[in-house]
Design a protein around this ligand. Sequence first.
Ligand code: NAD
Length: 410
Amino acid sequence: MATINPFETAKSQLEQAAEIARLDKNKIEQLKNPDRYVEVSIPVKMDSGEQKIFKGFRSQHNNARGPYKGGIRFHQDVNLDEVRALSFWMSFKNAVVSVPFGGGKGGIIVNPKELSPGELERVSRGFIKKIYPVIGPEVDVPAPDVNTTGQIMGWMLDEYQKLSGNKSMATFTGKSLDNGGSLGREEATGFGGVYVFEEVVKSKVVDLPQGSKIAIQGFGNVSTFFAQAAEKLGYKIAALSDSKGGIYNPEGLSFEKVLAYKKSSGALKDFPGSKNISNAELLELPVEVLVPAALENVLTGDNASKIKAKLIVEMANGPTTPGADMVFAAKNIAVIPDILANSGGVCVSYYEWHQNMHNEKWSREQVLEKLSVQIKRAFADVLEAKNKHKTTFRNAAYIVAAQRIIEQMP
Ligand code: NAD
């Protein structure tokens, strides 16, 4: 199978929506490329005494609606096209959910599992030494992403404050609670996805009575909070998976029991009363709802025709390729796109930034209530555009977001 370039996917999604809503061609051309991206070289003294050079990127896609905003990932396979695509999606995600930020993303080519804590700190601080002139609370606000944590944000913030002299806590979000972080951030993305899911059910675009079965790929931050909230609403969590494989029980898995089992055994495999399945099998199960919440490019032209779900809620970033999207549209499978479904995380990142800027502290209840209102409003806007243009949720979300960005572009 040819490698799927996420940046090409992102651009083709925008082109399709722009054509449907006849959006301004010149503005769309501008939106296809980031405003700026930098590649930096980070010299780091390793514990052995040797120096190693790491490569890092920061892509700033568009700031017409507010400061660039997006995470920094640490991964051995990070590359410029991935970072550019992710910064692009952040612009549209922020716009669709009405967060006054633009889109940014960063990455360092590194396997953090191979570093000692001291080396990890030096890589994190080294990256900031190279990019601090182009970030700041009103310029570009990074956050954690794959393999980056509140602790790493703490080191980065400290380094930024020392170098820039700017003491604001708001240059980074996703910080730990004792370092200016927000309550509710941990559960925001998973719960946000379920708030959107509730609205899909209410809208009756897809008929999903209580007791409908949900298969969720992933057992991490996003997927576990999604599973917990969906089970509370009366839906059956029929399948869950981690990187080693999944488990399936059409009668429903008890989320709390699975969580306890994973904690004690370290894996999902052989969970009592369930059948072991592969990650590929999980996607094709006879369930009503499929929630890819782990990786990109898992729904492709190769497996799309075998998907049996009526609704796909994209909690991972970029899980569906344009080829699979065409199949889903033809089969009338509704796809709630990542830029809407997983936008809960960036909403609460914005709340964190706001609390830091205004020296406020909100309760978890306040945060989740605001999130619920904001994300449900975004769904209503997207549904309206979907009905107006008689198109898919993805195209509708892009149309809403692109119109909002274009309105603010000089
Ligand atoms: P995580 O690291 O907490 O969990 C990822 C899960 O994926 C783990 O259970 C892991 O075992 C599983 N996994 C890894 N490799 C796999 C494979 N080959 N096959 C199947 N499963 C595999 O990550 P997360 O924070 O839950 O993020 C999941 C997805 O959601 C990512 O695409 C991320 O970009 C996206 N996302 C996360 C947030 C957030 O706030 N955390 C916000 C928006 C989007």
